[in-house]
Design a protein around this ligand. Structure first.
Ligand code: NAP
Length: 342
């Protein structure tokens, strides 16, 4: 039965440093009535992502800041409960950017249908969605990955990193991932078939550990972290190596400018390419990506894990956990039923 109210998470304060639960506020608002051309959707899963941290500041960026007192937004998968659009019917499974809330009504053009028969619906927020596409575009387009490349991936057991490792393995590469725990290292080597894992929290010097894992150097570095990881990669790149700059999570909570790598000169001597990218510029690859993912999955070369918390009230902690390395795979919050709402 449809409740009267929907719960949502709003931004209470602009976070300073590592966000805390008190930066967020759980509020209730009436479940809206859809107008002509709109759909009413009950969310099943919402995504929490590191890039949202930047939107909690006032900094100018490629996405506008979240507003204090407003519900946060982000990727979400849900089911149409009522439709005043000819394009959607109750029970349709849809994807939107109306995350961090249980229910919403919006213009039908703001939601996209997904096919719930292709995989669990929440995988469209992770491996089969923007997360997987980020790894795919970053390696194949930005880093121009080739068979046999020696590939280093940071935050390698995370949502993007674990897919990047497996794409590189599927392409016949030697792959080493960096992670923050022994359990994550075992996941990479024992479950995902990664050649070696480096636990950067226990290693005695990341640059030396990377050198030991790459005696002949790195062809491709997929950078999710920046900082000391970028420094260690730069120290060990081969000539004409390529770096896909995907994210710099090591600095997202910084309260003052952090020192940069002190070996940028290697870019010149080694004739390196470093290219940043945003997944949103590569949406045209989506059907090719899904085709490859289905094939790799069928061949046993592509697996994924999700860390799922329950209830909209758990979303702030799930988000904060991204910066503590508390999860393996894609972090999601289940906020409603998986099955179509009757
Ligand atoms: P994720 O890897 O699932 O979660 C973040 C992971 O980063 C944590 O589990 C933790 O793993 C690691 N981490 C956190 N703080 C760290 C620190 N200070 N130093 C080193 N590692 C740290 O998140 P994701 O969604 O896959 O995102 C990964 C990166 O890709 C992020 O930088 C994100 O901003 C970026 N991204 C970019 C795009 C794009 O379009 N360019 C799209 C999606 C994501 P450990 O325990 O292993 O440290």
């Amino acid at each position: 039965m449809q409740p009267q109210n929907s719960r949502e998470i709003r931004l209470k304060h602009r976070a300073v440093g590592l966000p805390s639960a008190s930066d967020f506020e759980l509020t209730e608002t009436p479940v809206p009535t859809p107008h002509e051309g709109q759909v009413l959707v009950r969310n099943s899963y919402i995504s929490v992502d590191p890039y949202m941290r930047g939107r909690m500041t006032e900094q100018k960026s490629y996405v506008p800041p979240f507003q204090i007192g407003e519900p946060l937004t982000g990727g979400a998968i849900g089911q149409v409960v009522a439709s005043k659009s000819a394009s959607f019917a109750p029970g349709d499974c849809v994807q939107s950017m109306y995350g961090w809330r249980e229910w919403y009504a919006c213009d039908a053009r703001e939601v996209q249908k997904i096919d719930p028969t292709l995989g669990p619906i929440q995988s469209y927020l992770g491996a089969l969605g923007m997360t997987g596409l980020t790894a795919y575009a970053g390696l194949l387009v930005i880093a121009q990955l080739k068979h046999g490349d020696r590939v280093f991936v940071s935050a390698a057991s995370g949502a993007v990193g674990a897919i990047a490792c497996q794409i590189a393995k599927a392409k016949g590469c030697y792959v080493v991932g960096s992670v923050g725990s022994e359990a994550k290292a075992a996941y990479l080597t024992q479950e995902l078939g990664v050649d070696q894992a480096i636990n950067y929290k226990t290693t005695d010097g990341l640059t030396n550990a990377v050198a030991a894992a790459f005696p002949d150097g790195i062809d491709v570095y997929f950078d999710n972290v920046g900082g000391a990881h970028l420094q260690a990669a730069l120290a060990n790149m081969r000539q004409f190596g390529r770096i896909a700059a995907c994210g710099m999570i090591a600095q997202y909570n910084a309260t003052e400018p952090l020192p940069g790598p002190n070996n940028l000169g290697n870019i010149i001597g080694l004739r390196l390419s470093i290219r940043g990218f945003l997944v949103g510029d590569h949406l045209g690859l989506h059907s090719q990506f899904l085709g490859d993912m289905a094939r790799w999955h069928g061949e046993g070369k592509m697996k994924w894990r999700e860390t799922i918390s329950n209830g909209i009230e758990s979303a702030p902690d799930a988000f904060i956990g991204l910066f503590k390395g508390e999860h393996i795979g894609k972090v999601l919050v289940r906020v409603g039923p998986d099955e179509a709402v009757k």
